[in-house]
Design a protein around this ligand. Structure first.
Ligand SMILES: C[S@@+](CC[C@H](N)C(=O)[O-])C[C@H]1O[C@@H](n2cnc3c(N)ncnc32)[C@H](O)[C@@H]1O
Length: 191
């Protein structure tokens, strides 16, 4: 398996957002594109990927949404459908404390608790890291990517406690979904 985690610094932690207006709700649109780029190839879902979003906006941060490609159902690649899927699952969590779809888990958990529970050394993506071509990636990596606000010093400190590796795709700053698309293709070609 490979796992991708997006830190969403301002994204709402409730279902009170409109799928018609994605970029105005703490940039949930970035999460939708990240889900598309991590969990889909051209024609199918990637069954070897788990995607995590850690939402940190109001009203009650943090919220961790996990989508497991091995058994997810009813997920379609367009941004609006993905936004509806996220909204439906958060609403179900608010109402009944469970997600709405098989393959989706939601909990009130932040980055540190996630790493503590997984006992994993994460691979952080940052322009200033070691070049990806010079690094031996783990067989089952957990990649961590920032949203438009990036990754804070506090996040870096947390990851450091779990023996993180910091890797770079070069000096050019890319969008989160561009980084994850590259990583998926890079990993596909390694197999
Ligand atoms: C749009 S960028 C964040 C920009 C933000 N303003 C900042 O200064 O960090 C989104 C994320 O993609 C990853 N990223 C972007 N370009 C990268 C690169 N060249 N190498 C490695 N990671 C990169 C980082 O995790 C970054 O937080």
């Amino acid at each position: 398996m490979r796992e991708f985690l997006l830190l969403m610094n301002r994204t709402r932690t409730d279902s009170n957002f409109s799928v018609e207006n994605l970029s105005e709700n703490g940039r949930i649109d970035i999460g939708c594109r990240f889900i598309n780029s991590t969990l889909f190839s051209s024609y199918s879902l990637r069954r070897d990927v788990i995607t995590h979003l850690i939402l940190r906006g109001p009203p009650k941060p943090p919220l961790h949404l996990e989508i497991d490609g091995r058994n997810v159902r009813g997920l379609y690649p367009d941004e609006r459908s993905i936004a509806g899927y996220i909204k439906k699952n958060i609403r179900s969590f608010e109402d009944r404390n469970v997600s709405a779809n098989i393959g989706v888990k939601i909990k009130r958990e932040g980055l540190e608790n996630f790493l503590e529970r997984k006992k994993v050394a994460p691979v952080l993506l940052h322009e200033s890291g070691d070049d990806i071509s010079d690094i031996e990636l783990p067989d089952e990596p957990v990649f961590i990517v920032g949203d438009h606000r990036g990754v804070s010093d506090e996040d870096v400190e947390i990851m450091d406690k779990y023996d993180s590796t910091i890797i770079s795709l070069g000096e050019t700053p890319y969008q989160a979904q561009q980084v994850s698309s590259f990583l998926n293709i890079f990993m596909d070609r390694r197999l």
